[in-house]
Write a protein that binds this ligand. Sequence first.
Ligand code: DAH
Length: 339
Amino acid sequence: MKEQLENIKIKALNEIEASNTLREIEDIRVKYLGKKGELTAVLKSMKNLSKEERPVIGQVANEVREVLEENLKNKKSDLEKLEQDKKLLEEIIDITLPAKKMTIGKMYPLDKTLEELSNIFIGMGYEIVSGREVETGYYNFDALNLGKEHPARDEQDTFYITNNIMLRTATSPVQIHTMESQSLPIRMIAPGKVYRSDEVDATHSPVFHQVEGLVIDENITFGDLKGVLAEFAKKFFGDKVKVKFRPHYFPFTEPSAEVDVTCVMCGGVGCSICKNEGFIEILGCGMVHPRVLEMAGIDSTKYQGFAFGMGVERLTMLKYNINDLRLFYENDIRFLEQF
Ligand code: DAH
């Protein structure tokens, strides 16, 4: 029986040695140590041995079992390690490869200007108001003191939906809606899209952006208007800029003016951009016409106000020296990346 045990031991150890998978290891364990295993069978048959033989054989059998268990355990952990190494090798990540480039978007230049303008006016206590892009003739023209014969009402100039409904040609109608719906005093700016029936060229587009401004209160003077717009120009173009108020005509303001700033290109010396004038026009403005106030239900003997309107594309072109309006709408990444 001792010999039998020795044989089992040698055979089992060889098999363990030769095994390559965890599955094989488990099979060997069952084959020798399982309930019906070869070693188990020998141990069971020990009851037939004599009293003297039993402890001797028993000791050998236990030793064989221990050796087998030990070897099975070691081989199992070897195989597990091999398997893990293999898996790690398969899943290897080459950390020396260059990482994927992250591209960070840039803010669209017109939005950037709009944000700057908003911040400047919010800083002066203005509220941002949004209007509507489709207007009636009353808000787009009549309430702004543009009579039935005004050339801006020409079919050639405006996108009409019906005779009396059109895409707004300026942000100025927001003035009227604000005066009608808000309590006084008013201090607002209204940014948004406006529409004109223009051919596309370097300085024209049928859709562009404006920012309207309106202040209504008691004791508002042209001096307030000048102060606010001069401050705005300095904040937007820089401290060195000089501001000029040039008399002009708008139907909805009286008196009216256009505001010029020293040419951003030549600094006022004169160049092709400013047509040798040294100054460039940036916006229109004026004291709100008493008739406009009255039409909106405001007592013009008690309240005064000023208004202004500026083109967002134009301001952006001047600030960044952009020579073609179409660049804003072409979405060429090489252009957009520069802001
Ligand atoms: N609505 C004018 C335009 O589109 C701009 C403008 C000028 C707006 C004077 C105003 C203003 O509020 O007072 O050309």
